[in-house]
Design a protein around this ligand. Sequence first.
Ligand code: PMV
Length: 358
Amino acid sequence: MKRNNDFIPNAFDPLTGKTTWESPSNIALVKYWGKYGQQLPSNPSISFTLSHCKTITEVAFSPREKQGDGFSFDFLFEGKETPAFHPKIEAFFERILPYAPYIKDHHLAISSKNTFPHSSGIASSASGMSAMALGILSIEHLNNPMDEDSFYKKASFLARLGSGSAARSIQGPMMSWGKTAAFSGSSDDFASPFAETLHPVFTTYKDTILLIDQGQKKVSSTVGHNLMKNNPYAPARFEQAHTHMKQLKSILESGDVQAFIPLVESEALTLHALMMASQPAFILMHPNTLTVLNKVEEFRQDTGLHLCFTLDAGANVHLLYPQEEEQPIAHFIKTELAAFCQERQYIDDEVGTGAKKV
Ligand code: PMV
């Protein structure tokens, strides 16, 4: 695998310390679906950084007593030993090792918790992997302080190696990831904050997440991304993502909430259509997902308000709307849509500013 020499640090003696980061989840507007090489995206994507759905991770580090082949770490999730997470963490460490060789010289005691239910279908890998990447990078930063821009760039680069979408959780309120003509300085290696002037309406956008069907994912993202390799519609899709990035960029600058709706909804439906057109095929919507999508459209026609939906690779629905329309939309969600959520559960979130050191 080709290495990116920009992110390889100088060697240093092991340190002792502790660092805690909280990092949010994010919701993509233009979706990343399909990858190549080492966690590089087949198309560019852009997301709102969320505010309340986040992972809080403490990394305590100390010089490793005995050098060995593997990594030396403990991992507690919500206060409990969780060996089931170890293979994923080890795979992450293995991938970041060329860029963070010091993890082999330290014992890492990692303790992590989420502010949202783990298997609710909210992208816990985005918040989880970005929080861990920030914790690990803080060890290097202690030895050789980096300027803010370099620190966040490398954090995004490391987070990407854990989970692609995690690259977009580091900063806010919007992050784009993946090389594309419309965004100068864009890169497949790391995500960057939206560099243009974001219209104020989008800096306070709301995201209410309807928990339609909680539980294990039907298809892991790794399997899903790989299915794009033989998807007959992949080339057209990748091209469409570039067009959508360009169109969305001007919508985000102008604050055109009306034009935002069809673009964002088309992205969500395309993601699901791609999965339905994969071999094997996956239908990830639940009947209640479809009911909600229809109700959102009716509500919009009846009220003229700017409520729209987006979806992840699952049954849950993210409802996006301007803050100033919150009151009638919150009433609609409570009285008309909550009935279609598992145990009437939904989470009110909004656009946030990115990860923070605690
Ligand atoms: O980060 P991953 O590999 O779990 O992929 C996430 C893919 C989507 O959530 C479906 C879309 C996106 O851009 O976040």
